[in-house]
Design a protein around this ligand. Structure first.
Ligand code: ADP
Length: 415
């Protein structure tokens, strides 16, 4: 009897377990087929079931905290839901947004248009840029990402609204910079063509003037000869300006190439001083140096730099007319200095004078120039692996220094 009872109990227990297993299978099937909003996660602690309540809550927090505006619309285009970010963008409180037509914030999304967009689920993850109108009249560029929901409760569309203000500003900035670069390039090209075109007639003009003034076969009146001298001076000045323009455009195009030989710096500064003393006869231009100063470089270009510094020293020293040019050795380097006692510069001006086209705005002392001499000098010195510097005090004078590697300086020892 007791044996029969035991068998009966075991059979009951088996049926109960079968029923529970069937139930579990049904639940799993329902989840798998999407009939129930839940999902199973296989974790370390076995299988865990997440129900609609927990997932919904997570998604809701996600949408509420999102850095993008999120709204849902019904079929008539009325806003059913909006997250705080959308309210921030529009500067309207959430309770005032709910129930408003979408067209109120983004023009053109009339009921008809929205209806035509959603017909037959035609709209699938559609994106477009548009302008969002905030309450204070601000127009915010946005990216709208539409998703067709078509839910039973009447919700038709969800829209994610991304603020593109920063992106657009960056794009605009980039476009402005590119436009500026194009203008600068055009200007550089113009400068290059213009200076080339000017140079040829100028050279012939200069040659003819020189021939005329040297020809003693004609008995020209003195005033005539004076005029020719003046014309020659003006032409020389024009020639220098055109050469500067040409050099500046070569530098811009990265074509300031020159061949190098051993240059004797003592001879170079002696020549420049002599030349300058001849041109600027009412200035006292001294020259001093120590022995054996040689660099590997281009004689004409280095002369151009030193002459430019002497020229400036003259131009910007209207009262004290003493100028000193010197050169000395400093270990592996050679320092050439041009000192004047002229108008000088403040620190702010000293920082900018080597920039292209920079000229100090000095109302008390106006002299002609294009603001290119020091820029060209800096580039030439740079090509020689050297540096150019200025020390100056306002109303007391300036000293320009060129520091160049001596001829035997190795690549490792360069500035
Ligand atoms: P430019 O002399 O044609 O204006 P530079 O490039 O040679 O062009 O010089 C740039 C500016 O630096 C000058 O306009 C001037 O204001 C300043 N400057 C250059 N040399 C001196 C100097 N020796 N004393 C004072 N100011 C100077």
């Amino acid at each position: 009897m007791s044996k029969d009872l035991d068998l009966q109990a075991q059979s009951n227990e088996l049926s109960e377990l079968r029923r529970e297993l069937e139930e579990a299978n049904d639940t799993l099937n329902a989840i798998r087929t999407g009939m129930v909003d839940a999902f199973v996660v296989h974790g370390e602690e076995g299988h865990q079931l997440y129900t609609l309540k927990s997932t919904d809550h997570t998604f809701r927090i996600l949408v509420e905290k999102m850095q993008e505006g999120a709204i849902t619309l019904n079929k008539d285009g009325l806003i059913l839901y909006c997250n705080p970010c959308f309210a921030d963008l529009t500067k309207v409180s959430i309770d005032k947004i709910i129930g408003k037509p979408f067209d109120y914030f983004i023009k053109g999304y009339t009921q008809d248009r929205l209806a035509s967009m959603t017909i037959n689920g035609k709209l699938n993850d559609y994106k477009m840029e548009d302008i969002l109108l905030a309450l204070d009249g601000t127009q915010i560029p946005v990216l709208l990402s539409f998703t067709n929901l078509d839910l039973e409760d009447g919700t038709a569309l969800s829209i994610i609204c991304t603020d593109l203000t920063t992106q657009k500003a960056a794009q605009q900035k980039e476009a402005d910079i590119n436009a500026q670069k194009r203008v600068i390039k055009q200007k550089d090209e113009f400068m290059s063509i213009a200076s080339h075109e000017l140079k040829t007639p100028l050279t012939s003009l200069k040659a003819y003037l020189q021939l005329m003034s040297r020809d003693n076969n004609y008995d020209l009146p003195l005033t005539f000869k004076n005029f020719m001298g003046k014309a020659e001076l003006a032409l020389n000045r024009l020639h220098t300006l055109v050469d500067d323009l040409l050099d500046a455009s070569k530098i811009q195009a990265g074509k300031l190439n020159f061949h190098r030989t051993i240059v004797d710096i003592n001879k170079l500064i002696e020549n420049c001083t002599e030349n300058a003393s001849h041109i600027f006869q009412n200035y006292e231009i001294g020259c001093s140096y120590t022995n054996n100063l040689q660099v590997l470089g281009n004689l004409e270009r280095l002369e151009q730099v030193v002459m430019n510094l002497i020229n400036n020293a003259v131009k910007y020293s209207p009262v004290n007319k003493k100028i000193s040019v010197s050169a000395k050795s400093e270990g592996k380097f050679i320092r050439i200095s041009v000192l004047d006692h002229g108008i000088g510069m403040n620190e702010d001006q000293q920082e900018k004078i080597f920039d292209r086209f920079y000229r100090v705005n000095n109302n008390n002392h106006t002299v002609g120039g294009l603001g290119m001499g020091l820029y060209i000098s800096k580039e030439i010195v740079k090509e020689h692996n050297g540096i150019i510097q200025v020390q100056s005090n306002l109303n007391q004078g300036s000293t320009f220094h060129i520091i160049l590697p001596a001829v035997n300086t190795t690549a490792d020892e360069l500035l």
